[in-house]
Design a protein around this ligand. Structure first.
Ligand SMILES: [Zn+2]
Length: 305
Protein backbone atom coordinates (compact mmCIF):
# COMPACT_ATOMS: atom_id res chain seq x y z
CA UNK A 1 0.00 0.00 0.00
CA UNK A 2 2.81 2.36 0.97
CA UNK A 3 4.55 1.54 -2.26
CA UNK A 4 1.39 2.27 -4.27
CA UNK A 5 1.07 5.67 -2.56
CA UNK A 6 4.66 6.50 -3.38
CA UNK A 7 4.30 5.39 -6.98
CA UNK A 8 1.15 7.45 -7.34
CA UNK A 9 2.85 10.47 -5.85
CA UNK A 10 5.75 10.19 -8.24
CA UNK A 11 3.51 9.54 -11.19
CA UNK A 12 1.25 12.43 -10.33
CA UNK A 13 4.16 14.64 -11.37
CA UNK A 14 3.86 13.23 -14.84
CA UNK A 15 0.13 13.52 -14.97
CA UNK A 16 -0.73 15.43 -18.07
CA UNK A 17 -3.37 13.44 -19.78
CA UNK A 18 -6.93 13.34 -21.01
CA UNK A 19 -9.29 10.85 -19.43
CA UNK A 20 -12.98 10.03 -19.63
CA UNK A 21 -14.77 8.46 -16.67
CA UNK A 22 -17.92 6.31 -16.83
CA UNK A 23 -20.42 5.93 -14.01
CA UNK A 24 -23.68 4.02 -13.97
CA UNK A 25 -25.92 4.23 -10.92
CA UNK A 26 -25.12 6.71 -8.12
CA UNK A 27 -27.10 5.71 -5.03
CA UNK A 28 -27.08 4.65 -1.39
CA UNK A 29 -27.30 0.96 -0.52
CA UNK A 30 -31.02 1.09 0.32
CA UNK A 31 -32.09 2.51 -3.04
CA UNK A 32 -33.97 0.42 -5.57
CA UNK A 33 -31.38 0.41 -8.33
CA UNK A 34 -28.34 -0.09 -6.09
CA UNK A 35 -25.96 -2.96 -6.74
CA UNK A 36 -22.31 -3.36 -5.78
CA UNK A 37 -21.69 -4.50 -9.35
CA UNK A 38 -22.28 -1.11 -10.93
CA UNK A 39 -23.32 1.51 -8.32
CA UNK A 40 -21.26 4.29 -6.76
CA UNK A 41 -22.09 5.42 -3.22
CA UNK A 42 -23.21 9.06 -3.16
CA UNK A 43 -20.56 10.32 -0.72
CA UNK A 44 -17.81 8.53 -2.62
CA UNK A 45 -19.07 10.04 -5.88
CA UNK A 46 -18.71 13.47 -4.26
CA UNK A 47 -15.14 12.61 -3.23
CA UNK A 48 -14.31 11.46 -6.77
CA UNK A 49 -15.60 14.74 -8.19
CA UNK A 50 -13.58 16.82 -5.70
CA UNK A 51 -10.50 14.78 -6.59
CA UNK A 52 -11.07 15.36 -10.31
CA UNK A 53 -11.58 19.07 -9.77
CA UNK A 54 -8.33 19.30 -7.89
CA UNK A 55 -6.28 17.43 -10.47
CA UNK A 56 -7.94 18.05 -13.83
CA UNK A 57 -9.82 20.57 -15.80
CA UNK A 58 -13.26 18.96 -16.20
CA UNK A 59 -14.58 19.55 -19.70
CA UNK A 60 -17.39 18.28 -21.93
CA UNK A 61 -16.87 15.27 -24.19
CA UNK A 62 -17.06 17.55 -27.23
CA UNK A 63 -14.34 19.80 -25.87
CA UNK A 64 -12.19 16.78 -25.07
CA UNK A 65 -12.74 15.35 -28.56
CA UNK A 66 -11.73 18.67 -30.14
CA UNK A 67 -8.65 19.21 -27.98
CA UNK A 68 -5.32 18.30 -29.46
CA UNK A 69 -2.57 16.60 -27.47
CA UNK A 70 -2.39 16.07 -23.73
CA UNK A 71 -3.92 18.63 -21.50
CA UNK A 72 -4.89 17.21 -18.12
CA UNK A 73 -8.53 17.23 -19.09
CA UNK A 74 -11.24 14.95 -17.80
CA UNK A 75 -14.80 14.30 -18.91
CA UNK A 76 -17.61 12.65 -16.96
CA UNK A 77 -20.13 10.28 -18.52
CA UNK A 78 -23.01 8.12 -17.29
CA UNK A 79 -24.12 4.95 -19.08
CA UNK A 80 -27.57 3.32 -19.22
CA UNK A 81 -29.49 6.41 -17.97
CA UNK A 82 -30.19 5.42 -14.38
CA UNK A 83 -32.83 7.56 -12.70
CA UNK A 84 -30.71 7.79 -9.55
CA UNK A 85 -28.29 10.21 -11.19
CA UNK A 86 -31.07 12.79 -11.47
CA UNK A 87 -31.33 12.92 -7.69
CA UNK A 88 -27.85 11.92 -6.51
CA UNK A 89 -25.31 13.12 -9.08
CA UNK A 90 -26.68 15.81 -11.38
CA UNK A 91 -27.49 18.42 -8.67
CA UNK A 92 -23.89 18.27 -7.43
CA UNK A 93 -22.47 18.55 -10.96
CA UNK A 94 -24.75 21.45 -11.82
CA UNK A 95 -23.87 23.25 -8.60
CA UNK A 96 -20.19 23.01 -9.56
CA UNK A 97 -20.94 23.83 -13.20
CA UNK A 98 -19.43 20.56 -14.37
CA UNK A 99 -20.48 19.29 -17.83
CA UNK A 100 -21.37 15.63 -18.38
CA UNK A 101 -22.84 13.28 -20.98
CA UNK A 102 -25.50 10.60 -20.49
CA UNK A 103 -25.51 7.57 -22.82
CA UNK A 104 -29.07 6.28 -23.15
CA UNK A 105 -30.68 3.03 -24.21
CA UNK A 106 -33.99 3.87 -25.91
CA UNK A 107 -35.67 0.74 -24.50
CA UNK A 108 -34.84 1.88 -20.94
CA UNK A 109 -36.19 5.38 -21.63
CA UNK A 110 -39.39 4.00 -23.15
CA UNK A 111 -39.91 0.77 -21.21
CA UNK A 112 -38.07 1.35 -17.90
CA UNK A 113 -36.07 -1.88 -18.07
CA UNK A 114 -32.74 -3.22 -19.30
CA UNK A 115 -32.18 -6.97 -19.20
CA UNK A 116 -28.64 -6.71 -17.83
CA UNK A 117 -29.72 -4.55 -14.89
CA UNK A 118 -32.75 -6.75 -14.21
CA UNK A 119 -30.45 -9.78 -14.08
CA UNK A 120 -28.21 -8.09 -11.52
CA UNK A 121 -31.14 -6.91 -9.41
CA UNK A 122 -32.70 -10.41 -9.44
CA UNK A 123 -29.39 -12.14 -8.93
CA UNK A 124 -30.38 -14.07 -5.80
CA UNK A 125 -33.69 -15.27 -7.18
CA UNK A 126 -33.07 -18.72 -8.57
CA UNK A 127 -36.69 -19.13 -9.69
CA UNK A 128 -36.45 -16.00 -11.85
CA UNK A 129 -33.57 -17.50 -13.80
CA UNK A 130 -35.14 -21.01 -13.92
CA UNK A 131 -38.28 -19.53 -15.43
CA UNK A 132 -36.22 -17.38 -17.80
CA UNK A 133 -34.23 -20.42 -18.91
CA UNK A 134 -37.41 -22.31 -19.77
CA UNK A 135 -38.83 -19.41 -21.77
CA UNK A 136 -35.91 -18.28 -23.87
CA UNK A 137 -35.01 -21.77 -25.16
CA UNK A 138 -31.25 -21.18 -25.04
CA UNK A 139 -29.11 -24.01 -26.34
CA UNK A 140 -27.06 -24.78 -23.19
CA UNK A 141 -27.82 -27.12 -20.23
CA UNK A 142 -29.79 -25.46 -17.39
CA UNK A 143 -27.01 -26.00 -14.87
CA UNK A 144 -24.51 -24.21 -17.09
CA UNK A 145 -26.97 -21.38 -17.76
CA UNK A 146 -27.63 -20.81 -14.05
CA UNK A 147 -23.92 -20.49 -13.29
CA UNK A 148 -23.69 -17.22 -15.23
CA UNK A 149 -26.93 -16.11 -16.93
CA UNK A 150 -25.45 -12.75 -18.02
CA UNK A 151 -22.51 -14.36 -19.79
CA UNK A 152 -24.83 -16.96 -21.35
CA UNK A 153 -27.19 -14.31 -22.70
CA UNK A 154 -24.38 -12.04 -23.93
CA UNK A 155 -22.78 -14.83 -25.91
CA UNK A 156 -25.20 -17.66 -26.67
CA UNK A 157 -28.63 -16.15 -27.10
CA UNK A 158 -30.35 -16.18 -30.47
CA UNK A 159 -33.99 -15.45 -29.69
CA UNK A 160 -33.50 -12.06 -28.09
CA UNK A 161 -37.17 -11.07 -28.40
CA UNK A 162 -38.14 -13.75 -25.87
CA UNK A 163 -35.57 -12.43 -23.41
CA UNK A 164 -36.88 -8.87 -23.78
CA UNK A 165 -40.50 -9.98 -23.31
CA UNK A 166 -39.62 -11.94 -20.15
CA UNK A 167 -37.56 -9.14 -18.64
CA UNK A 168 -40.30 -6.59 -19.30
CA UNK A 169 -42.88 -8.75 -17.54
CA UNK A 170 -40.73 -9.03 -14.41
CA UNK A 171 -39.17 -5.60 -14.40
CA UNK A 172 -38.52 -3.51 -11.26
CA UNK A 173 -39.98 -0.16 -12.01
CA UNK A 174 -38.54 3.31 -11.81
CA UNK A 175 -34.87 2.51 -12.37
CA UNK A 176 -34.29 4.58 -15.51
CA UNK A 177 -34.73 8.13 -16.73
CA UNK A 178 -37.97 8.33 -18.70
CA UNK A 179 -38.94 10.49 -21.65
CA UNK A 180 -40.02 13.39 -19.42
CA UNK A 181 -36.75 13.27 -17.43
CA UNK A 182 -34.71 13.25 -20.63
CA UNK A 183 -36.59 16.23 -22.08
CA UNK A 184 -36.18 18.20 -18.85
CA UNK A 185 -32.44 17.50 -18.81
CA UNK A 186 -32.15 18.39 -22.49
CA UNK A 187 -33.79 21.72 -21.71
CA UNK A 188 -31.06 22.29 -19.13
CA UNK A 189 -28.46 21.73 -21.88
CA UNK A 190 -27.37 18.27 -20.72
CA UNK A 191 -25.44 16.37 -23.40
CA UNK A 192 -26.64 12.95 -24.58
CA UNK A 193 -25.24 10.01 -26.49
CA UNK A 194 -26.65 6.60 -27.41
CA UNK A 195 -25.87 3.17 -26.00
CA UNK A 196 -28.01 0.89 -28.29
CA UNK A 197 -31.63 -0.09 -27.90
CA UNK A 198 -31.43 -3.10 -25.56
CA UNK A 199 -27.78 -3.31 -24.46
CA UNK A 200 -26.83 -6.49 -26.31
CA UNK A 201 -23.35 -7.51 -27.39
CA UNK A 202 -23.30 -5.77 -30.78
CA UNK A 203 -20.56 -8.09 -32.07
CA UNK A 204 -23.08 -10.95 -31.93
CA UNK A 205 -25.87 -9.23 -33.87
CA UNK A 206 -27.01 -9.96 -37.43
CA UNK A 207 -27.21 -7.03 -39.85
CA UNK A 208 -30.97 -6.92 -39.35
CA UNK A 209 -30.53 -6.75 -35.57
CA UNK A 210 -27.84 -4.07 -35.89
CA UNK A 211 -30.36 -1.96 -37.76
CA UNK A 212 -32.81 -2.21 -34.85
CA UNK A 213 -30.29 -1.94 -32.04
CA UNK A 214 -28.22 0.90 -33.47
CA UNK A 215 -30.09 2.76 -36.21
CA UNK A 216 -33.63 2.57 -34.80
CA UNK A 217 -32.30 3.32 -31.32
CA UNK A 218 -30.60 6.46 -32.68
CA UNK A 219 -33.78 7.55 -34.44
CA UNK A 220 -35.95 6.98 -31.36
CA UNK A 221 -33.63 8.96 -29.10
CA UNK A 222 -33.29 11.76 -31.64
CA UNK A 223 -37.06 11.99 -31.86
CA UNK A 224 -37.27 12.44 -28.08
CA UNK A 225 -34.34 14.87 -27.90
CA UNK A 226 -35.07 16.81 -31.07
CA UNK A 227 -31.44 16.85 -32.21
CA UNK A 228 -28.97 14.55 -33.89
CA UNK A 229 -26.85 12.27 -31.71
CA UNK A 230 -23.20 11.91 -32.70
CA UNK A 231 -21.84 9.87 -29.77
CA UNK A 232 -22.12 6.14 -29.18
CA UNK A 233 -20.90 4.11 -26.20
CA UNK A 234 -20.43 0.44 -27.07
CA UNK A 235 -22.54 -1.73 -24.70
CA UNK A 236 -20.19 -3.65 -22.32
CA UNK A 237 -17.39 -1.89 -24.22
CA UNK A 238 -14.64 -4.51 -24.22
CA UNK A 239 -12.77 -5.92 -27.22
CA UNK A 240 -15.03 -8.99 -27.41
CA UNK A 241 -18.14 -6.78 -27.57
CA UNK A 242 -17.51 -5.16 -30.93
CA UNK A 243 -16.09 -6.09 -34.31
CA UNK A 244 -15.40 -4.56 -37.70
CA UNK A 245 -18.93 -5.03 -38.99
CA UNK A 246 -20.68 -3.44 -35.98
CA UNK A 247 -18.24 -0.51 -35.78
CA UNK A 248 -18.53 0.15 -39.50
CA UNK A 249 -22.30 0.18 -39.06
CA UNK A 250 -22.05 2.71 -36.19
CA UNK A 251 -20.01 5.02 -38.43
CA UNK A 252 -22.41 4.46 -41.33
CA UNK A 253 -25.45 5.60 -39.32
CA UNK A 254 -23.62 8.80 -38.37
CA UNK A 255 -21.84 8.26 -35.06
CA UNK A 256 -18.74 10.46 -35.00
CA UNK A 257 -17.48 9.61 -31.52
CA UNK A 258 -17.46 5.90 -30.58
CA UNK A 259 -16.36 4.93 -27.06
CA UNK A 260 -14.95 1.65 -25.72
CA UNK A 261 -13.96 0.65 -22.17
CA UNK A 262 -11.06 -1.74 -22.67
CA UNK A 263 -9.28 -1.72 -19.31
CA UNK A 264 -5.72 -1.65 -20.61
CA UNK A 265 -6.17 1.03 -23.21
CA UNK A 266 -7.18 4.02 -21.11
CA UNK A 267 -5.04 6.40 -23.12
CA UNK A 268 -4.72 4.57 -26.39
CA UNK A 269 -7.06 5.29 -29.23
CA UNK A 270 -8.03 2.17 -31.11
CA UNK A 271 -8.81 2.09 -34.81
CA UNK A 272 -11.02 -0.33 -36.68
CA UNK A 273 -10.97 0.08 -40.44
CA UNK A 274 -9.82 3.68 -39.99
CA UNK A 275 -12.63 4.42 -37.51
CA UNK A 276 -11.40 5.83 -34.23
CA UNK A 277 -12.53 4.26 -30.93
CA UNK A 278 -12.06 6.41 -27.84
CA UNK A 279 -11.23 4.87 -24.43
CA UNK A 280 -13.11 5.46 -21.16
CA UNK A 281 -12.50 4.24 -17.58
CA UNK A 282 -15.41 2.57 -15.76
CA UNK A 283 -15.72 3.50 -12.08
CA UNK A 284 -17.87 2.12 -9.26
CA UNK A 285 -16.54 2.33 -5.68
CA UNK A 286 -12.83 2.90 -6.27
CA UNK A 287 -10.71 4.71 -3.71
CA UNK A 288 -8.78 7.79 -4.86
CA UNK A 289 -5.58 5.69 -4.86
CA UNK A 290 -7.20 3.17 -7.16
CA UNK A 291 -8.35 5.93 -9.50
CA UNK A 292 -4.80 7.32 -9.64
CA UNK A 293 -3.58 3.86 -10.47
CA UNK A 294 -6.13 3.49 -13.28
CA UNK A 295 -5.15 6.82 -14.77
CA UNK A 296 -1.43 6.13 -14.53
CA UNK A 297 -1.36 2.47 -15.38
CA UNK A 298 -0.13 2.79 -18.96
CA UNK A 299 2.74 4.80 -17.57
CA UNK A 300 3.36 2.13 -14.96
CA UNK A 301 3.48 -0.46 -17.69
CA UNK A 302 5.74 1.60 -19.89
CA UNK A 303 8.34 2.11 -17.19
CA UNK A 304 7.91 -1.38 -15.70
CA UNK A 305 7.57 -0.03 -12.13
ZN1 LIG B 1 -24.13 0.00 -20.37
Amino acid sequence: MKKTRLINKVLSLFRNRNVIMVYHDVSSADELSHSKHYSTEITLFQKHIEFFQKNFSIVSLDELAKSKGWGNRLAITFDDGFKSIKKNAIPLLREKNIPFTIFLNSSAVEGDSLWITEFILHKNELNYFRELYKEIGINVPEEQFLQDPVYMCVNNLHDRDKLIAFVKRHSRENCFLDREDVIKLRDKKVDFGAHSMHHFNIASLTNHELKIQIKEDKQKLEKILGFEISKFAIPFGKMEHYNKNSIQYCAEVGYEQIYHTNPNDVHKKDFIDGIELIPRIVLTNESLDEISFYINRTLLKKYKI
